[in-house]
Write a protein that binds this ligand. Structure first.
Ligand SMILES: O=c1ccn([C@@H]2O[C@H](COP(=O)(O)O)[C@@H](O)[C@H]2O)c(=O)[nH]1
Length: 296
């Protein structure tokens, strides 16, 4: 990538796992999503175009910046608007970073290793144009293909969340399958992440390689032998609210690994907009509810 396409260079202090652990302790374990769906944008009285999505996004940045542990923009909703949408996404990431709020960019990238290397440069390098504190990765070209991005994340103090048990019902057809050694696909992804978090675990810290496990997955974690405590990294748990999962589901799905959970909610919180104070209040309310469950 040419240097003219690079963003500004601000090296984060400490590992992603350390920073996330501190942010969850301060604000509660909520990652608020920025998902400018057409219907949501219009329900805020905005037009569904670049200007409307910009207003929506910057309202979220103002409401969530400094108020929640992390913010997760969903890249797809920005890519819809082409280069200008991506520029808006980059601006949101920059402003959240300036507010001292961790960002998890939901891009779900995965490819052969040489291409994953470029994805790492795009989002996790110190001069990345769309620098995020962490990104989501898909391991379905093999966990090992993610190596360049995982190594870069470790080198730059950033993190990744690897899809293990996604919140959608269709995910089970792949993620519940069994390998030749008897382990489930999701269990094997967790074992691979555990190996990457071994040093952090040895220091008694949260690792920087997390997993995505939906709060909607019921008993799958137990049934499939997915060792979340042994994984020792953060668990990004979407599905709260609009997809039907409750705080009580968080408690049962992640029992034994609750301190690692970063619950993620988008539409349920975003419906409280467009008023900044109401939006922030709803995010705080959900964060407090999940904190009470995960601390119990
Ligand atoms: O397993 C997964 C992985 C990612 N997501 C993403 O999280 C949000 C969920 O939005 P809600 O409005 O809270 O349902 C969205 O960006 C998804 O792409 C997920 O839902 N499940």
């Amino acid at each position: 990538m040419s240097s003219t396409r690079r963003g500004s260079s601000v090296a984060p202090q400490g590992t992603f796992g350390e920073r996330l652990q501190a942010a969850m302790a301060e604000h509660g374990p909520l990652c608020a999503g920025i998902d400018p769906h057409r219907g949501l944008v219009e329900s805020w009285g905005l037009t569904y175009d670049l200007a409307g999505v910009e207003r929506f996004t910057m309202t979220c940045v103002e409401a969530f910046g400094g108020s929640v542990a992390a913010v997760k923009p969903q890249s797809a909703f920005f890519e819809v608007f082409g280069a200008k949408g991506v520029a808006l996404l980059e601006r949101a990431l920059t402003e959240l970073r300036a507010a001292g709020t961790l960002t998890v960019l939901d891009v779900k990238r995965g490819d052969i290793g040489t291409t994953v290397d470029a994805y790492g440069e795009a989002f996790l390098s110190k001069d990345a144009p769309a620098a995020a504190d962490a990104i989501t990765l898909s391991p379905y070209l093999g966990y090992g293909s993610l190596r360049p991005a995982i190594d870069l994340a470790h080198a730059t103090g950033r993190g990744v969340f690897v899809l293990a048990l996604t919140s959608n019902p269709e995910g089970a057809s792949v993620q519940h399958a069994r390998l030749a050694d008897g382990r489930s696909v999701a269990g094997a992804v967790a074992d691979d992440a555990a190996a990457d978090n071994a040093e952090a675990r040895g220091r008694g810290e949260l690792g920087s390689v997390g997993l995505v496990v939906g709060a909607t997955v019921g008993s799958a974690v137990r049934d499939l032998g997915v060792d979340l405590p042994g994984m020792a990294g953060p668990i990004l748990a979407p599905g709260l609210g609009a997809q039907g999962a409750t705080a009580a589901d968080v408690r049962s799905v992640f029992s034994g690994a609750l301190p690692q959970v970063l619950a993620s909610s988008s539409r349920d919180v975003l419906r409280a907009g467009p008023d900044v104070t109401s939006l922030r209040a709803r995010a705080r309310e959900v964060a407090t509810e999940v904190a009470a469950i995960t601390a119990a």
